[in-house]
Design a protein around this ligand. Sequence first.
Ligand SMILES: Cc1cc2nc3c(=O)[nH]c(=O)nc-3n(C[C@H](O)[C@H](O)[C@H](O)COP(=O)(O)OP(=O)(O)OC[C@H]3O[C@@H](n4cnc5c(N)ncnc54)[C@H](O)[C@@H]3O)c2cc1C
Length: 508
Amino acid sequence: MKTDTKIYDFVIIGSGIGGLVSALILAKNNYSVCVLEKNQQLGGALQTFSRNKRIFDTGVHYIGGLDKGENLYQLFNYLELLDELKLKRLDDAYDVIRLANGKILKIGQGYDNYRNLLLNDFPEEKEAIDQFIHKIQETCTYFPLYNIQLEAEKAYYSYPEILAVSTAEFIDSITSNNDLKAAFLGNGLLYAYDKARTPLYVVALILNSYIKGSYRIENGGSQLTKALVKKIRHYKGDLFKRKEVIGTSTAADGKITTVKCADGTVYSAHNFISNLHPSKTMEVIGEKHFMPATIHRVGALKNTIASFVVNIALKEDEIPYSNHNFYDFFTDDAWNTVDYNMESWPHLLFSCTPPSSKSTQFADSFSSMTYLKVDEFERWKSTQNTIVHPKSRGDEYMAFKEFLEQKMVSRIIERFPELEDKIECVYSSSPLTFRDYLGNKEGEMYGIEKDFNNPIKTIINPKTKIPNLYLTGQNIIFHGILGATIGAFVTSFNFVDSNRIINSIKSL
Ligand SMILES: Cc1cc2nc3c(=O)[nH]c(=O)nc-3n(C[C@H](O)[C@H](O)[C@H](O)COP(=O)(O)OP(=O)(O)OC[C@H]3O[C@@H](n4cnc5c(N)ncnc54)[C@H](O)[C@@H]3O)c2cc1C
């Protein structure tokens, strides 16, 4: 068995945005770090793939909070990433929502734009619009780090009732206008809106961030990975690909001493941070180290729904690049699309033309995404297929995927008829693709689902019962590039002086 004899301060398992940002914060603060990633490519949901000379994003399509001075801008500035990234600010109306009844609604960046565009469409609903905006902004003040603060007058941990507000109940209390409700929740795919569970704080943290600066990354999310990797290396951090962590050794005091990878290599550290889903973390670390009650409690938490993504290579210089996103609904029940019916699937499409450095005028690709439960793939659940472990799932799986692809493409053509004869080829990713490439439980889009019915249960503490094992990533505070970045700061604050870091962020 090969052993890397170096004893790092930190070994980080997984290179999603949470793992990479944790690594960079710690490396920048003079700790020795090593990131171990099971895949051929670093970045988790930021991975891209290339086909027909096009670059396709697997997950992330647009990011919020990036206007100058906003939260993610400030955090990325501290991480020295901004100069490395080619970001494209979306249109003032960054999302366009097209309802099944033909109504077209525009969602604006900047609160003035956001309010004015809604008032244009719903002049008689001024009071509800203002109440909604006020509630969204007020809710965000309960999350200090979201506002680059260490404390808040009323923080969510002292006022946990803020976590128990139902989005649906709140919106129903301010308006009975279904089209306006759809405008408030129309881009709910960003947080997998579920009427029965989604707390208002999740809607507030996500929606507010996009209102405060919606951007695409030119040439795909992997540019963000590249920038993070460059900085981690600059601060002498090590990153290793094709290193699937499969086990650990522990000392008599219960601390982990080493992790073991599938290829037999072993890495030692004083502390370990897992970027994996908490259940997956317990599996990898060894379930014998955790109380059966903990394994059961975490295992029973519901995950967000998975997705089916179609990526289309377009014929050259035919389709104009569109600097906003589309949410197309094919059901009147616009806030209930996670509970789809397979006969009429897909009920909702998120679509965009990713920006490419090749042309600002034309799009070379088109991406669409919708919800799809991993259970639709029950027959193939035991299969695994990645670049590192390639294994075909068989012809029947391919035929089913093609069937779904065709359903998606016909929905796409319904709303984008101009694409019909401009498609060069189509690629798709199923919930199993996401499961295998992200190493998560069910191909879920956003990790553990937050639930207003039992909010404390869905809050994950970065500290674990193992004294030198910590968690990071989308399950800590909330999901998305912003959420997982904030989560990485929360994890790192167990080791670095949080006051000094916050002051340093603010002084930039
Ligand atoms: C389809 C889709 C679309 C999305 N769109 C957006 C968007 O437009 N904007 C936005 O902000 N967010 C979006 N998100 C959400 C966002 O991408 C995630 O919340 C975030 O990237 C999760 O980061 P993470 O650090 O928690 O981990 P992940 O990205 O899940 O990374 C975990 C990493 O751990 C690795 N790993 C797993 N097991 C092991 C092991 N045993 N050993 C070593 N490594 C291991 C995995 O390979 C992976 O690289 C989207 C997500 C999906 C799935």
